[in-house]
Design a protein around this ligand. Structure first.
Ligand code: ADP
Ligand code: MG
Ligand code: ZN
Length: 616
């Protein structure tokens, strides 16, 4: 409860109590009569000034000859007569005063007796009420424990449609069918067709799975129940299952509708693997989901959509027919789709005339929709901070780097020596990358610190590629080690600045050997699964012998040594080019692609594949 409303209630109570107290006195609008003592009363009687006395229990109301009123109190034990006689008032004097004894009315005496109790009960009740309210506030979570924390949205304003999801043509086509089901379930029922129960959206993070699910509900114009898989799982076993029941009970009432379980891998992981407290709970929750999905009458009109970026870890039972048997994949967008996504997020953002979203799309291969949205937004923020009225291309390009590498740290001034080392390090990457045929084009070299890096070299593929060849891996490895090599060749020493590069190179070499079968020695097989995230208590899922483990190590070392050698040869042979880049970096801090190619000449990249299939 807010303190303000609490204060108001307290104030009201005080006013009420005061009102009750004062209302028992009859103020009658007149000025309150004076209260006098018994001896003063006696004096007045003896002086013959008193006309009458009304006695009501112990309260005396005295009316004088001149009609003035006084109040007095007597002891309860004695009667007024006794008291006055005791004070020496004579019988004659008393006769002159008319004394009237009033029996108190039943109601007043009742009220008088009950009032303190009543007040007490009232105040006590109020206090109790506060406590209860407060406790409820704190415990409201406990009270709604078994209820699902679903966000239902039927809101017309936030309605998303397919028009707001760029690209993903196939996914939209697939889901269009679901929209039809939801719009006109009867049409399908009449033909005896069963409406699908579950749709699984799969794809890397940020590719618009949640957005797409919303769009389906928006297109069909049905309620949308949104819950995240992790919200099912609490500390206590059974809570998740009860939440599932609650969720589906609500959905059935709202049918036709969509139930969307985001990040379903949180509960839908393969059962019977893994350890730890959450395990039983997950299993029960998952079982309950399966039971609910099986329990739908056909054509009820509740469609369960779920999203995951790890379909590989899902329990097989979730995927069998009758459950999530429709699967829709959302991929990272290609060049055209990236441009379309940028366009969608450029709506309502004023853009300068020089903005070329196609170029931005070209510069962002591998980025998902969420990253692109982020870039548009960061660019608008940069423009606003520069007090511009429109976002221009420059801000967009800056935003890409900001999203990719973290914010620029202009205040992070390097000392002269560190600046020189950083310049040679980045020049090493750039020159090796430029001269090796399978590396991507170098787009920018900079010694302005960004995020955690002291400088950076940005290379971008000239087209979207989904596959990578061994030659590309080998050349990329050499480029990654280019900075390390340059430092060693020039200064005869290393800095910690290369540690990130070494981590990257090691991971790449491991994948090359264990996942892609690119090492002749170890042959075309994989070693270990890529799901061996070592959870606590669980050993890494290793499916090879100790001897192979040694071979993997030595093979990784060989691959890295080869790459190092390749990089070293280039750095040694092209020392003058290296120096050129370093000089430019020291004066300008940043070199863009065009300037870079003027200094080094155009890069000679790998020849296109020209072999034609042989006709037979
Ligand atoms: P996911 O659920 O796959 O992780 P989201 O649906 O949460 O991704 O996407 C995050 C944001 O990225 C969305 O709100 C949307 O603004 C943007 N986005 C992603 N993909 C697209 C797309 N294809 N078209 C337009 N915007 C997109
Ligand atoms: Mg999501
Ligand atoms: Zn580096």
């Amino acid at each position: 409860m807010k303190p303000l409303s609490k204060n108001i209630i307290v104030a009201l109570l005080v006013v009420l109590a005061l009102g009750v107290i004062f209302s028992t006195y009859d103020m009658g609008g007149k000025k309150a009569p004076e209260t006098i003592g018994i001896s003063a009363l006696v004096t007045k009687i003896e002086a013959g000034e008193v006309k009458s006395i009304d006695v009501e229990e112990n309260a005396l109301t005295i009316t004088g000859k001149d009609d003035t009123e006084f109040l007095a109190n007597k002891e309860s034990a004695q009667s007024l007569n006794e008291i006055l006689t005791g004070y020496g008032v004579t019988a004659e004097q008393l006769k002159a005063v008319s004394i009237e004894v009033k029996e108190p009315s039943a109601l007043t005496s009742l009220l008088r007796n009950l009032l303190p109790t009543l007040l007490f009960v009232l105040i006590f009740g109020a206090v109790l009420f506060f406590f209860l309210r407060q406790m409820q506030g704190a415990n409201s979570k406990a009270m709604t424990f078994g209820q699902a924390n679903v966000k239902e949205s039927t809101n017309k304003k936030n309605r998303v449609t397919f028009a707001e999801v760029a690209g993903a043509t196939e996914a939209k086509e697939e889901l269009g069918e679901i929209v039809e089901f939801l719009k006109t379930p009867k049409k399908f029922a009449d033909l005896g067709a069963k409406i699908p129960k579950g749709v699984l959206l799969m794809g890397p993070p940020g590719t618009g799975k949640t957005l797409m699910a919303r769009a389906v509900s928006g297109e069909a114009n049905v309620p949308f129940f949104h819950i995240s898989g992790s919200e099912f799982v609490e500390m206590f076993v059974g809570v998740g299952a009860s939440r599932v029941r609650d969720l589906f009970a609500r959905a059935k009432k709202a049918a036709p509708c969509i139930v969307f379980i985001d990040e379903i891998d949180a509960v839908g992981r393969q059962r019977g693997s893994g350890t730890g407290g959450g395990h039983d709970e997950r299993e029960q929750t998952l079982n309950q989901i399966l039971v609910e999905m099986d329990g739908f009458e056909p054509n009820l009109g509740v469609i369960v959509m779920a999203a995951t970026n790890r379909p590989d870890v899902l329990d097989a039972a979730l995927l069998r027919p009758g459950r999530f048997d429709r699967r829709v994949t959302l991929d990272r967008p290609d060049l055209k789709e990236r441009e379309a996504i940028l366009k969608i997020h450029a709506v309502s953002k004023p853009l300068a005339a020089d903005v070329d979203l196609k170029r931005i799309a070209e510069r962002t291969p591998g980025m998902a929709g969420a990253d692109l949205m982020n870039i548009m937004n960061e660019a608008a923020i940069l423009a606003a901070r520069a007090d511009k009225k429109e976002t221009s291309q420059k801000e967009l390009l800056d935003a890409i780097e900001k999203v990719m590498l973290g914010p620029e740290r202009k205040s992070h001034i390097l000392g002269d020596e560190e600046r020189l080392v950083t310049a040679y390090h980045e020049a090493g990457h750039a020159v090796v990358g430029h001269l090796l045929p399978f590396c991507d084009d170098v787009h920018k070299v900079s010694i302005i610190a960004r995020g955690r890096a002291a400088g950076y070299t940005m290379s971008i593929p000239d087209e979207d590629r989904k596959m990578h060849s061994r030659n590309e891996f080998y050349d990329d490895l050499a480029m990654t080690l280019g900075g390390y090599v340059a430092e060693q060749e020039i200064f005869g020493d290393f800095t910690t600045g290369a540690s990130n590069d070494l981590q990257k190179a090691t991971a790449m070499a491991r994948e090359l050997v264990t996942q892609f079968g690119m090492s002749e020695l170890l042959g075309p097989r994989t070693y270990g699964s890529d799901d061996d995230r070592p959870m606590f208590g669980r050993a890494e899922a290793r499916d090879y012998s100790e001897k192979i483990a040694e071979q993997i190590d030595s093979e990784m070392n060989r691959v890295l040594a080869d790459a190092l050698q390749k990089a070293r040869e280039i750095v040694q042979k092209h020392r003058s080019e290296l120096d050129k880049i370093v000089n430019e970096l020291l004066t300008k801090e940043t070199i863009e692609k065009e300037a870079f190619e003027t200094l080094l000449g155009p890069s000679i990249k790998r020849p296109k594949v020209t072999v034609q299939p042989v006709n037979v």
